[in-house]
Design a protein around this ligand. Structure first.
Ligand code: SAH
Length: 281
């Protein structure tokens, strides 16, 4: 067993069942170019190489890169990049390798401590969405995070992260993966998720405003939305807007769907604008 480095979140997946589930969720075909983040010892990489046209893997650990080059370096459709995925400009690095350019799918068992930054790099943010839409992103993540990413409104796991990510991608919970599926086992359970990035049908008029509204709205989970937004929006104006959108005045932040968050932001943004402009006009 290859030794592990804690600082890189290394837990080798050893369950064939989990591996099969990850690979089938990516629905790979001969035209797919996959980007894998953190190939580790290459267990998942081998499966991807068998089904995809090309696989680019980004691994931060120099020793693992040596091992991977020895193991997989001779395979035609494999390209290994050594470095921190968060810091690398992958598109730029792939320029000399036309066969590997523009990966359309991501498949990875990622280090859990950088899940947020990885998602942000892949999807962008509400204010700055990634203009290049990946076809799908299949990830093994901490179960708690998977539940939040895939939660529907009105459920306990639905929070600011759910709204921010679901604005940019459709999120599906695929399956649970127990801690014992890894060597060494992590302290938490895991899950496979699939994200399909999409251009939102009705984008926010002012995406920055929506981002701030979500942050303020979810600032205290136990409070009603109205109370969380008290300092941001005039309470009478907010009551009027909530009523016009058919949103219960007692609603909490987790009761609103992504579409309702967008509507709310759009209304507040345009009415605030009017309120500011009207005295002068
Ligand atoms: N995919 C392998 C390993 C998962 S462990 C398996 O399923 O067995 C997570 C892997 O991500 C490790 O190999 C670790 O070295 C690598 N890693 C950690 N931080 C990284 C980063 N910032 N960029 C690229 N790889 C990283």
């Amino acid at each position: 067993m290859t030794k592990t480095r804690k600082q890189f979140g290394q837990h080798w997946l050893r369950s064939e069942k989990a591996l099969a589930k990850i690979v089938s969720s990516a629905e790979l075909g001969e035209a797919d170019r996959v980007l894998e983040i953190g190939p580790g010892t290459g267990i998942l990489t081998r499966h991807l190489l068998a089904q995809a046209q090309a696989v680019v893997a980004v691994e931060i650990d120099r020793d693992l890169c040596q091992l991977l080059s020895k193991k997989l370096g001779q395979i035609d459709n494999f390209l290994l990049l050594q470095g921190d995925f968060l810091a690398l400009d992958v598109d730029n690095l792939l320029e000399p390798f036309p066969a590997f350019q523009r990966p359309n799918k991501i498949v990875a068992n990622i280090p859990y401590n950088i899940t947020g930054p990885i998602l942000e790099k892949l999807l962008g943010t509400i204010a700055h969405p990634n203009p290049i839409l990946l076809e799908s992103i299949v990830l093994l993540v901490q179960k708690e995070v998977a539940l939040r990413l895939c939660a529907r409104p009105n459920s306990t796991h639905f929070g600011a992260l759910s709204v921010r990510v679901q604005y940019l991608a459709a999120c599906e919970f695929i399956c649970d993966v127990p801690a014992k599926a890894f060597q060494p086992p992590p302290k938490v359970d895991s899950a496979v998720i699939r994200l399909r990035p999409r251009a939102i049908a009705q984008p926010a008029l002012n995406p920055r405003h929506l981002e701030n509204l979500i942050k303020a709205g979810f600032s205290s989970k136990r409070k009603m939305l109205r109370n969380n937004l008290k300092s941001t929006i005039d309470p009478d104006l907010l009551t009027q807007i909530l009523e016009s959108l058919g949103i219960n005045l007692q609603a909490r932040a987790e009761d609103l769907s992504v579409e309702q968050w967008v509507e709310l932001s759009n209304q507040v943004f345009s009415l605030k604008d009017l309120a500011v402009r009207s005295p002068a006009s």
